[in-house]
Design a protein around this ligand. Structure first.
Ligand code: 13P
Ligand code: SF4
Length: 353
């Protein structure tokens, strides 16, 4: 059974989503910035941890300098286990906070602290605390795309890579779940597991834009194409998918499935790695809007787009900018949030062994 909580809609309005225009740099400028950043990372004893949705040059640089490009789960694990004293996180705010919570003694820097997430913004801690207090009999499971304060109120943190097996294990113990903030991911997990879940009403402004009718029409144009969908998408889009899962799951499915063409419903930043790993295959963006509609993100997260090479360079070049871009989490909140985050990482490592 799943229930929609009696809550206001926490989906962001178009006015709350920033318009981000990124500059296309000439290749000499890209090379110069990359080499400046690589030197600065070395000089500052720092490692670069990037999400699959950020600029392709930033992804390449992370790998070339011994850092990582990963989904949100692996970013958290990599940062916790790395020996560098400074972690530079290219992604969105909750990813930087997660790194800091798991590594309180490391310095965590981001190219910009303005890189938010609509799910995090759509789950204000005070309202969420009241929701938890009104449902004390439920196990609180929150998506990693939340603030440190929301994580601190939870029993479990999950990412889209591990949400399914974790909720399955809770349902097997007859635990009733309070889920936040993504209603689409929550609905998908509930459908797969049959768990009793009370859902918060947030959404990702990028994935919510994918449209089932337009995707269906596109599939008719490419009848041999496979459809890969991130589970933050609406249920009607998920229903058309050949494979559903996190960014790392989509990458794996694209390599393993026999199709040579794929329609992909997730942020277009992932196409960089999809094309690098599958040079012979063709990847097409899933449609984001019907006729006459305006789109808010055009399948690219405006906050992920803020992680430009030039910003990253500026942050490492100037100690004052670096200090201003450092992530701080209240130690009491961090200590409490570390518990459900560690639970998630331990669950994942036990499942992998
Ligand atoms: P992943 O955990 O799949 O990397 O997703 C994070 C995210 O923000 C997707 O929009
Ligand atoms: Fe948040 Fe969506 Fe951006 Fe991911 S793509 S960081 S869920 S707004």
């Amino acid at each position: 059974m799943s229930a929609q909580a009696n809550l206001p809609d926490f989906t962001l309005s178009p006015e709350e989503v920033p318009i981000v225009v990124t500059e296309v740099l000439p290749s000499e400028r890209v090379s110069a910035l990359k080499s400046e950043i690589a030197t600065a990372l070395k000089d500052r004893g720092a490692t670069l941890i990037a999400h699959y949705y950020v600029d392709g040059d930033v992804q390449d640089l992370a790998e070339e300098t011994g850092g990582c490009v990963a989904d949100s789960l692996e970013m958290a694990r990599f940062g916790r286990d790395h020996t560098a004293g400074t972690l530079v996180v290219a992604g969105v705010r909750f990813m930087g906070e997660t790194a800091k919570i798991l590594s309180p003694d490391k310095r965590v820097i981001m190219p910009t602290l303005e890189a938010q997430c609509s799910l995090d913004l759509g789950c204000p801690p005070d309202a969420f605390e009241a929701f938890c207090q009104a449902n004390p009999d439920r196990t609180v499971v929150v998506y990693a795309n939340t603030s440190a304060r929301v994580k601190a109120l939870s029993d479990w943190v999950v990412t889209s890579s591990v949400a399914l097996p974790i909720v399955e294990s809770l349902a097997a113990r007859d635990e009733k779940i309070l889920w936040a903030p993504d209603k689409h991911l929550g609905h998908y997990i509930q459908t797969c597991t049959g768990a009793d879940m009370l859902l918060w009403s947030g959404a990702c402004v990028v994935h919510e834009e994918f449209k089932a009718k337009a995707l269906f029409d596109m599939k008719a144009l490419y009848p041999d194409a496979g459809v890969l969908v991130h589970p933050e998408s609406p249920a009607a889009v998920i229903d058309i998918a050949d494979s559903v899962g996190s960014t790392s799951h989509i990458l794996q499915a694209a390599s393993q499935l026999p199709q040579q063409t794929f329609i992909v419903a997730t942020d277009r930043g992932l196409f960089h790695k999809l094309r690098q790993r599958n040079p012979g295959k063709r990847f097409i963006e899933a449609p984001t809007a019907g006729d006459g509609a305006t789109c808010r993100s055009c399948a690219h997260c405006p906050w992920m787009a803020m992680n430009e090479l030039s910003r990253l360079a500026a942050c490492l070049r100037d100690t004052a900018v670096m200090t201003a871009n450092e992530i701080h989490v209240d130690p009491t909140i961090a200590e409490r949030a570390m518990v459900p985050l560690t639970r998630m990482l331990e669950f994942q490592s036990a499942a992998a062994n």
